[in-house]
Design a protein around this ligand. Sequence first.
Ligand SMILES: Cc1cc2nc3c(=O)[nH]c(=O)nc-3n(C[C@H](O)[C@H](O)[C@H](O)COP(=O)(O)OP(=O)(O)OC[C@H]3O[C@@H](n4cnc5c(N)ncnc54)[C@H](O)[C@@H]3O)c2cc1C
Ligand code: FES
Length: 531
Amino acid sequence: MPNYTNSVWSETTPAPPYPVLDGNVEVDVAIVGGGITGITAALLLQRAGRRCAVIEARRIGKGETGKSTSHLTTALDVPYHTLISRFGIDGARLAAAAQRAAIERICTLGEELNIACDFHRVPGFLYAERPRDVAELEREAEAVAKLGMQAVLVSHVPLPFPVARGLRFDNQAVMHPRIYLQALAAAYTAGGGALYEETQVVAIEGDLCRVISDRGVVTARSVIVAAHVPIVNRVLLHAKLAAYRTYAVSVESTGNEPDAIFWDMAEPYHYIRKLRLGERHLLIIGGEDHKVGDLADTTLPFARLENYVRARFGRATEPTDYRWSGQIVMSADGLPYVGRNSLSSRVYVATGYAGNGITQGTLAAMVLTDEVCELANPFTELLHATRIKPIASARAVVSENVDFPRHLVGDRLSLRRHEHDNDRGQALASIPPGEGKVLMLQGEHLAVYRNANGQLSALSPVCTHLGCIVHWNNSELSWDCPCHGSRFDPHGRVLNGPAVAALEARPLPEAEGEAVPDEAIILETGEHPLS
Ligand SMILES: Cc1cc2nc3c(=O)[nH]c(=O)nc-3n(C[C@H](O)[C@H](O)[C@H](O)COP(=O)(O)OP(=O)(O)OC[C@H]3O[C@@H](n4cnc5c(N)ncnc54)[C@H](O)[C@@H]3O)c2cc1C
Ligand code: FES
């Protein structure tokens, strides 16, 4: 099986380790999570005179930031004509200004710190491959014109396959997200900032905030939860969010493709960029998104992307040595939730960036720095995290959250049906090495995994967030929860929140003709490719 967890960035970026938290510390601001949001916020707050501590569960940049294709665009995943209908002309204009402000902040930080992340300006093309999408594209062109954005309709899009029409946005940008992130972290720690890795936050308590981790407690006046999804506010905010998987592959570029970024109007959609990696020129093609836990065979999106590359770019098969996927989190109304957590005056959240999280994570860091420092920021009101308006978003909230009770009840019922179908021995024998399956064995639901050596181990399949049943993800070897996107490695450890606790280990009933070795019941340790 190909390696499906090999991001083009991770191999090429040295990442010095930072210490684990050892005991208790006191700071002005505790920041949970070392991705683009957390590290940018730490640096900006430090510049504003605040003592900070960043607490990262794994390694910085190992979350979604290290998987991003890093298109830095003023265009958003949600079309501007939709934003105008939800937030009005002024709200949509402010959203566009926020994107521009984030791109410019990334640019100035890169210049000030002399970061060799290859940040450079490129044109961006939204393109309609099919003639039937042209009317929608023209509608978007009208909307962005009303907002005064730099974008023009074009009949030629510089791609090596036919395209009906395009909308060109000038002055967009790209960069290498992991080099950028590592450089921000280096500047922050060189300035005396505390950064702890391999330290998982499990709770945030009290008014003088106590951030409880598995290694010690950080006490702070304010806490920023920059964990991509909030690990506080376990219900309310999640009712407005939906987690998706998105996929990417990289292939050698012929060198003839223009240095530009592209995204299409298909459903699911695709995005394309070029990348210089030393002497190599690569193309990155991404997309094929689906809701977390909704696809039985997660190798399919990779196969579809590779077909797309063959059909559109005329490449032979074996297109790539880089394939990876990651999580994106959609908000109900198309803009991120950034600001004070509900019922809390000192805890701040930032989430719901969709596929625009490099810019919106930067934006969130700018907005939250000003909130913590009690300074006015032009984007605070637009993005505040407790908003339930505009009204249009209410429908999206309801439709996304229909999935939660459906999975909570429906997945258990379908497991009960399997109980009668499957004899225990057959059920276990049906799991090949390197695969997992949720089974009903002797009246108990079990998430059973067979490692490469053939040894079986078992976990409770009940997600530790709000109790849905996890599904096996066969390309990333993880247990994924379809309700709010928590993910766990084969041994149950958390890969993506909102869950903070591991899946519980369970003894596995011995199957006829297949003795289960002790070490399979005591779960193996070892590094998951994504950890
Ligand atoms: C394939 C792909 C392509 C993308 N392309 C683009 C693009 O072109 N342009 C764009 O703008 N965006 C893009 N995105 C989205 C963007 O990368 C993300 O939205 C963004 O990086 C999120 O940043 P973050 O800081 O919120 O989260 P992360 O980078 O995930 O950082 C959060 C950190 O919090 C840590 N954490 C979680 N729970 C805890 C806990 N309990 N205790 C301590 N630490 C914890 C995690 O380990 C993680 O390191 C893409 C994403 C993917 C996956
Ligand atoms: S129940 Fe919410 S992520 Fe699993």
